[in-house]
Design a protein around this ligand. Structure first.
Ligand code: AKG
Ligand code: FE2
Length: 341
């Protein structure tokens, strides 16, 4: 089944039962997740179990942080002292002002500010905002709880013998201090654009890209503007659904599953109409990018026992790219080639 729009998956019936692989509710939800991530590559989760207040606290702290003067935000800046520092995974935390990142060669200027943490490690503006760090920590723990369930639904949806196949590769969930993982929380603000404001040539909010890792949880406010490319190559608006979370699969998953779960391109353009509210309003989003532990060997062959008709053509079905690689090396080759071409 090929879906054109982003489906909604309701997790309300996902209960902690003994044998989840045989549980009809887990099975049917796993099927829905499989159908959504296996076609559009994106889906909305509702009744996902993350308390609304946990999410709104992070959005409030994000608004307060990005509203601070640039000189204060600069205290928490990402290490961009040299090209080699920028591309080190270990340095993937801190604040980046607008124009700090380019996700697509045509997106000459990304009108966004970001604030990142890697594996729960990073800089917290505790002096200015004492509630900031506890809000991120609470959010981090809730996202991991949800991801643990999602990773099991992925394995069930793929009919893998071991329902914990993916979960076992995320030891960082249980042992946050081990620094084995690759996960990243990112706060984003896209500033409002005034009617008379001249924009740099090629400006967008977020250049077209696919995510790098395994699974992304994306929380957005009510402004809208995110577009997702469906299998027909059409851009579909990922309209905000209050209380929902968008989930999508990244490059690593596309590689691992031989394209069963594609890494779908997405972007946020700036509407030309100066009165469009998607342009006039500032927009906030929060992403939790989850990868498997760095030393996980990603071996696409694991999935080759799957029926061939399920394997979609992807850049990773290229035989030269099929050699096993650790999650860390995969991320490094992806970061080094930031445009992903
Ligand atoms: O802000 C958004 O809604 C999307 C951001 C995104 O795709 C990303 O940071 O990878
Ligand atoms: Fe993305």
């Amino acid at each position: 089944m090929e879906l054109e729009n982003i489906p909604i998956v309701d997790l309300a019936r996902l209960k902690d039962v003994e044998n989840i692989a045989e549980d009809p509710d887990w099975k049917s939800i796993a099927e829905n997740i499989r159908a959504g991530l296996g076609s559009v590559g994106f889906l909305y989760l509702i009744n996902h179990g993350i308390p609304e207040e946990t999410v709104s606290k992070v959005f409030r702290q994000s608004q307060q942080f990005f509203s601070l003067p640039s000189s204060i935000k600069a205290k928490y800046a990402k290490n961009t002292s040299s090209e080699s520092e920028v591309f080190k995974l270990e340095n993937y935390f801190g604040y980046q002002p607008p124009g700090g990142e380019q996700l697509h060669p045509d997106a000459k200027f990304e009108l966004k500010e970001t604030f990142d943490w890697l594996n729960g490690v990073g800089l917290y503006p505790s002096e200015e905002l004492p509630s900031f760090e506890p809000s991120i920590e609470e959010f981090d723990a809730e996202c991991k709880k949800l991801l643990k369930r999602l990773l099991r639904t992925l394995a069930i949806g793929l009919n893998l013998d071991d329902v914990d196949f993916f979960l076992k590769t995320c030891r960082h969930f249980e042992d946050p201090e081990n620094n084995k993982g690759i996960y990243n929380i990112r706060l984003i603000r896209y500033p409002a654009i005034a009617e008379e404001e001249p924009l740099p040539t090629g400006a967008v909010r977020c250049g077209e890209h696919s995510d790098y890792g395994f699974l992304t949880l994306l929380f957005q406010d009510d402004v809208g503007g995110l577009e997702v490319k469906n299998l027909k190559g059409e851009w579909v608006h990922a309209k905000p659904i209050p209380g929902s979370i968008l989930v999508n699969t990244g490059d690593l998953t596309e590689f691992w599953t031989c394209g069963i779960f594609p890494a779908t391109p997405h972007r946020i353009i700036i509407p030309e109409d100066v009165n469009d509210s998607k342009r006039r309003k500032e927009r906030y989003s929060v992403a939790f990018f989850n990868g498997p532990d760095k030393d996980t060997v990603i071996h696409p062959v694991d999935m080759e026992k799957k029926p061939q008709e399920l394997l979609r053509t992807s850049k990773y079905t290229n035989p030269n790219l099929k050699d096993p690689v650790t999650a860390y090396d995969h991320m490094m080759r992806r970061i080094a080639n930031q445009y992903g071409n």
